[in-house]
Every structure is written in structure tokens, then in C-alpha cells.
Design a protein. Structure first.
Length: 434
């Protein structure tokens, strides 16, 4: 989009500026992940020489397979209002690096100096069912608390908490699987390796994401509500994650029956997570239908455009129309328009809940400017108006109407630089000065 930093507007930051903390966090996470992999490789080489190095390589390759299944499933929940890619990457790397390294150290220390001396032969089981769940869920949840502190406005729904938690857990499971696959290769050869791969990589790849999703729900609830009582949800989310994790690890002592019961209970939790995601999606669609109609007087949206924005199918058809009308640039423009409109509706919803960000008005005007510039990308690409697929005629959609909104763009640019902190206007009120 010419003249506007699209990515900065959608991510709610100043144009040309990037989060130093996020960059440092990614760097530290990568370093920790490499340290852990280096440790695994070293142990393999010291234990079996070239065979150990080979075992590490195939374990690393095998660990990629379940991750390639898990991440697309997580991102399926994120289609309506996608999270910033850099935050998703940081979440994954934190789980794969920082969380695993910390858990490796703390689990080892806890087992050696507490569990084994206290419980003797049962120390290993205690470590797996109590120490490991407490340590691992705490380490994974730590980055979610960091988001709550520094990126609170990215947590627009319970689903957002689930998504970030799922990415952290996917990263943790990725690195942990390398360890399990390598150990099974040494102890049982290819047969043992294949058994553990099927069990962890294909039968139960969603274990970690389901556990940590409980913390994500608690963190998102805190971000979406006011009052001291909301912090109880965070505590209960952490407790639920630890209990589910401990249930799964502890089920190994009860044979196939214990494993089946644990698997069934965790599957029920997965269904609950899906229900939350469905309810959240309907809530966002309802917000679009409720908060965007007052903006029809700007010409940026019409009733038909709002209807298009309210379904995933409608959005997909609109992007196809945009690509056929404006090429690859048109597709990107439609994508930006849809995201900006969704963010606009969510901003109004947050204002009504009393959790609006201080620069509410500046961000609103930036989103409106982005919607205008995105819409303008379609004008001039066709010799005569072509009715969008979701509208009865060309004039039924704002995408085929030319308007002069340069003052909106100029105002948005100035506000992005100044970030005024005055109180936002009432949502849905008159849009004076537009």
C-alpha cells in the first residue's frame, strides 16, 4: 500500500520501528535451542560414535514430521484475525529453546536432589508425573505472561491465547521429541525408534499444545477482563495444564487401560478447546456486524461488504475476486482490507469492555486509512466496473466507489508518529472530520 506502513498498522506499532525485545527474545531462543541440540548430538557421539551422530540426524528429521502436522492445525484457528508472524515464530522458538533448556536443567536437578533421595525407586516416576509437569508448563507459560505484560493488545480472544500457547508447546514438543527419538534409537534400534515415533509423533502429537492451551486461556481471560478476580483464571489454567500433563505421564504405570482413560479425557479437553474457538469466531463475526455499520457513511464499507466480512467463505471469494481484478497486488489489498476491518471491530469491542488501548483514536484512523488505500487499489484496474461476487451490482460495494479520503490518510500518518493519548470517542458515534 503506497504511503502507509501496512504491517505496522495491522500490528499496532509505529511505522519503521521494530520491537528490540522481540528480536532479542528470538535470538536468545535460537541460541538455547542450538545449545540443546548440541548437547543431544554430543551425547550421541560420546555414546555411540558415528552411529550416535546418525541417530541424532534421523531423530531431528523425524521430529519435523509431527510439527508439520501440529502447526497448520493451530493456524486453522487463526484465519479470521491472524496473529503477527514474528510473535508466532518467537513463541515456537521459546518453546523449542528457552523452555526446553530450563526444563532439562530443572527436571534433572529436581530428580537427582529431591525425587530420588526422597522416593528411592519411585523417584523417576515422581519426576515424570509431578516435577516435569510443574516445571515444563511453568517454563512454557512464562512467555505467555510476557505477552500479557508487553503485548496485551494482541490477546483479543481466548482463541489468541490458545494459539500462542499451542505454538510454544509445539516448539517444546519438537525439541523434546528429538531427545525421545534418539533415546529410543539407542535402546531399541529402529524398532524402538519406530514405536516411539508412532506413539509421540502420530498418536499423541497434540499433547503438549492441549496442556499449555489451558494456560493460554487463562492468560487471555486476564487480558480481556478487568478486576483482581480475573487472575484466578490464570492460576486455574496453570493448574489444569499441570494436571493434564501429569495425568498423561502417570498413565504409563497403569498399562493400556490407564493410557486409554487419559487419552479419552484429554480428547474431551480438545473438544472443549474447539468449542471455544468456534464461539470466539462467532463473537468476532457478531462484532463485525454490530460495529461496522456506523462506518457506512464513510463509504469504506457497505452492507454487502459487511456481509462478505462476516464469513470465511465470503472472505475467500472476495480474495479470489480481488486477484482476478487486481492481480497479486489486488489479492494483498483485499487481505489487508479484511484484516483492518476485523481489527476495527475488535477495537470497538475492547472499548466497550473497558480495556481499550490509550492510542485508540490514532489506531482507528490508521485502520480506516488502510481500508481506504486498499480499496483504491482496485479502481483503475478495470475499464468498467465489475460487480464483486458478494454484491448485486458494482455500486453495492465500496470497492467500486471512488472517494477522496486523503485527509484520513494524512491524519493517520500524523497520528502514527505522534501517538496521542487522549480519550477515544464513543464507538459508533459521528465520524466528524472524516
Amino acid at each position: 500500500m503506497p504511503g502507509l506502513d501496512t504491517k505496522a498498522i495491522l500490528e499496532g506499532r509505529r511505522p519503521g520501528r521494530h520491537s528490540v525485545g522481540l528480536i532479542i527474545g528470538i535470538g536468545v531462543s535460537v541460541l538455547c535451542m542450538l545449545l540443546v541440540f548440541g548437547y543431544f548430538l554430543l551425547m550421541g557421539v560420546l555414546g555411540a560414535g558415528a552411529a550416535g551422530a546418525f541417530g541424532f540426524v534421523i531423530s531431528l528429521a523425524a521430529a519435523v514430521i509431527p510439527v508439520s502436522i501440529i502447526i497448520p492445525l493451530i493456524l486453522l484457528l487463526d484465519r479470521l484475525e491472524p496473529e503477527p508472524p514474528r510473535m508466532l515464530v518467537f513463541s515456537f522458538l521459546w518453546g523449542a529453546g528457552v523452555a526446553v533448556l530450563a526444563a532439562l536443567i530443572l527436571n534433572t536437578v529436581g530428580g537427582m536432589y529431591y525425587a530420588v533421595p526422597t522416593f528411592g525407586a519411585g523417584g523417576e516416576y515422581f519426576t515424570a508425573t509431578v516435577i516435569a509437569p510443574v516445571v515444563e508448563e511453568s517454563m512454557k507459560g512464562l512467555v505467555l505472561l510476557l505477552f500479557l505484560w508487553r503485548r496485551r493488545n494482541e490477546l483479543n480472544s481466548l482463541t489468541d491465547g490458545i494459539i500462542y500457547a499451542g505454538m510454544v508447546a509445539a516448539g517444546f514438543a519438537f525439541t523434546e521429541n528429538v531427545s525421545y527419538f534418539l533415546t529410543s534409537f539407542f535402546e531399541g534400534g529402529f524398532g524402538g525408534f519406530a514405536f516411539v515415533f508412532v506413539l509421540r509423533g502420530l498418536v499423541s502429537p497434540l499433547g503438549h499444545p492441549i496442556y499449555t492451551a489451558m494456560i493460554g486461556i487463562g492468560v487471555a481471560y486476564v487480558a480481556l477482563n478487568r478486576g483482581p478476580g480475573r487472575w484466578v483464571a490464570l492460576f486455574f489454567g496453570w493448574v489444569a495444564a499441570v494436571l493434564l500433563h501429569g495425568l498423561w505421564n502417570g498413565s504409563t504405570a497403569f498399562g493400556f487401560g490407564g493410557w486409554a482413560v487419559a487419552y479419552f479425557l484429554i480428547f474431551l479437553v480438545l473438544i472443549g478447546i474447539i468449542v471455544i474457538a468456534v464461539v470466539d469466531r462467532r463473537r468476532v463475526i457478531a462484532a463485525i456486524a454490530y460495529y461496522l455499520p456506523p462506518y457506512t457513511n464513510t463509504g469504506l464499507v457497505t452492507a454487502q461488504d459487511i456481509r462478505m466480512l462476516s464469513t470465511m467463505g465470503g472472505r475467500k471469494l472476495a480474495r479470489r475476486w480481488a486477484q482476478s481484478t487486481g492481480g497479486r497486488g489486488g489479492y494483498k489489498a483485499m487481505e489487508d482490507y479484511q484484516l483492518a476491518a476485523t481489527e476495527l471491530a475488535l477495537m470497538h469491542m475492547e472499548w466497550d469492555r473497558g480495556i481499550a488501548r490509550p492510542d485508540w483514536q490514532a489506531r482507528r484512523d490508521s485502520l480506516l486509512a488502510l481500508m481506504h488505500v486498499a480499496r483504491e487499489a482496485f479502481l483503475g484496474h478495470v475499464r468498467q466496473p465489475v460487480a464483486p461476487t458478494w454484491a448485486g451490482s458494482a455500486t453495492d460495494s465500496g470497492f467500486m466507489r471512488r472517494g477522496n479520503f486523503q485527509h484520513i490518510i494524512d491524519q493517520a500518518r500524523a497520528q502514527q508518529q505522534q501517538r496521542p493519548s487522549g480519550p477515544p470517542p464513543q464507538p459508533g458515534g459521528s465520524q466528524q472530520g472524516w
